[in-house]
Write a protein that binds this ligand. Sequence first.
Ligand SMILES: Cc1ncc(COP(=O)(O)O)c(C=O)c1O
Length: 438
Amino acid sequence: MDTSQIALMERGKTALIHDPREGDKSKITLVKAKGSLVWDDKGREYLDCTSQAWSNSLGANDARVVEAAIAQLRDITHARPNFNTIPLLKLTAKLAEISPGDLNRIGYCLHGSLAVEMALKLAFKNRPGARNVIVMQDSYHGRSLATMAASWPHPNNPFHALQPQCFTRVPHPDSYRPRFGMDLEAETRMCLSLLEDTITKGVDGGVAALIIEPILGNGGHIIVGKAFLQGLRDVCDRHNIVLIFDEIQSCFGRTGEMFAADYYGVTPDIMTFGKGVSGGFPLAGIMASDRLNGFSSGEDALTFGQFPVAMAAAVATIDAIIADDLCGKARALGAYATQRLHEMSERHPLIGDIRGPGLFVSIELVKDRATKEAAPKAASEVYKRGVEKGVLFGESRYAGLGNLIKIKPPLDCSHAQMSHALDVFDAVLGSIEADGIA
Ligand SMILES: Cc1ncc(COP(=O)(O)O)c(C=O)c1O
């Protein structure tokens, strides 16, 4: 890159509204990706254990996806929602075929946050008169105005006046950090009982929907467990509440099953999907039960919401996930990773907990296993030293404790690449422990 191009890029960095003065000045500029690898503008290669926000379920730039997108670009790039396109109809038929239970009605948008809003709109449409939505205390549902309000409390929230006030946060079980100090079974019973109290005594007016990520992702990879999800299904049925699973992060093979709903054997009334569906192209949406009324004209239409190129890419991505048995691969590679991490935990006291399932892999770093005191400095050091060694580990910078490392590469990451990522993690943890950082 010549000096004028470098100057232009530096100018671009300082003009970004997401303030580089507050943000991460060491942000890497990516120029190329292939499979589980990415390259920066200095030509450095990294093994990407983040799949770019867990979105590349299929490794980056898979030839089948790229070709499908290019073919679609040549035919028709854009069609407003008043028109059908071939990839729209094909994708819809495919999703209805693989969706859990009776979730056969499909709607689209381009971002997970908007998919969550679409799900909430549909729930309110189907529960006229209801005024409330129940959310979990450590949930993350996006960064649009409504979904920020549905997520954990944003520190010093400057957007309050712009946000809907219909959300009530309830406690949920946490397999590693039980809120009430009980075992998971007792916590589950307690949380379900508090939820029912909230529905009947804690809110004014009816509850339209309860939304939960089957595994709380950005809130700290919290496992609430199958019994809690089954309990939610039961509570929602008894109180005529629409149960929404936010599967933006857990969909399309990440857990080792096509959807976390399949993994847990619990079917919601509406499910959101996004990230991994379309090989890196922007696409998200909802799958809703046949029992629910759909949208009427004008209730949910976005100019670019049915982007044909992303839909063609999604058809190719889903075909590849099935043809390559990436769910099976995620199960096998995830099992290998967690087994190696358990071995490492015997040598590394920083490792507090190791979580799955599938390639939804994360590690909690703690200063002390008995007290479970979080070790956020060690976690950010793992990230930094990983970058130096050419491995991008996922971090948790949002709510919670900031002490989580995520190893969630594309589902078609090779065994050798995973083994290398784990070797680097092992070495980096060793050096951090030797330096006395926690
Ligand atoms: C569970 C969940 N819901 C919603 C979102 C928001 O998706 P997007 O960033 O595409 O708007 C995310 C993103 O991380 C997510 O993990």
